[in-house]
Design a protein around this ligand. Structure first.
Ligand code: HEC
Length: 189
């Protein structure tokens, strides 16, 4: 039994020292201008999601998605997030693909996670990536406004869609409902 335990300890030590040596001898890659391999992305994303599920409080968004709150969300997003996640004018983010892993475009591909999940991502950031924690920069109220915008991106009320078009020069993203309505309108013509 004693020999077995010793064997386990020695094996673990070899693994730890091996990993340390691997790093100290310069074998860990540091480049950020490469796309992560598929398998690495899958495993890392799974681990990030599982950790969020475990750690993020399941809060209800205290900010109601009124027109002014959604418009505030658009301003806050543009000032703080568009650089990495893509503008509301649909121009690609200048820095989006300069991170390892890359920053997803949140306008063309909005997150389908619950708002408490998006809020937690914004508030605490994502370690080992370019995603900053915003809790030192934005108030909880402002972070909820952005979470609200991102969750309602494809179902914005008409006045907010109008605001979007006036300020960003392109149509607001169309959700399934709007597509149906447009189809109906075509059929009636
Ligand atoms: C300096 C660049 C940068 C800025 C600025 C930035 N992010 Fe990120 N963000 C990233 C990167 C890189 C990732 C990818 C992290 C990952 O793959 O886990 C990310 C991931 C995210 C995700 C998770 C997306 C998903 O697929 O689940 C959300 C949500 C998010 N950011 C929201 C925001 C919001 C809202 C802001 C503005 C308040 C913001 N980010 C500002 C770089 C940035």
């Amino acid at each position: 039994m004693g020999k077995f335990v010793l064997g386990v300890i020695v094996t673990l030590l070899v693994i730890v020292l091996g990993a340390l040596g691997f790093g100290m001898l310069g074998f860990f890659p540091t480049r950020a201008n490469l796309a992560p391999p598929h398998l690495e992305s899958r495993i890392a994303m799974g681990a990030v999601d599982a950790s969020m599920e475990r750690h993020a409080p399941h809060l209800t968004n205290p900010v109601t998605p009124t027109d002014p709150n959604l418009e505030d969300g658009m301003k806050l997003y543009t000032m703080n997030c568009a650089l990495c996640h893509g503008g509301l004018d649909r121009k690609p983010a200048s820095l989006g693909n300069s991170f390892y892993p890359p920053a997803p475009n949140l306008v063309t591909d909005p997150p389908d996670d619950p708002e408490w999940h998006v809020f937690y991502t914004i508030r605490t950031g994502v370690r080992y990536t370019g995603m900053p924690a915003w809790d030192k920069t934005l108030s909880p109220q402002d972070m909820w406004k952005i979470a609200s915008l991102l969750s309602h991106l494809e179902k914005l009320p008409p006045a907010v869609q109008e605001y979007w078009k006036t300020n960003f020069g392109v149509e607001a993203p169309a959700g399934a409902d709007k597509d149906d309505k447009e189809k109906e309108e075509h059929e009636h013509q």
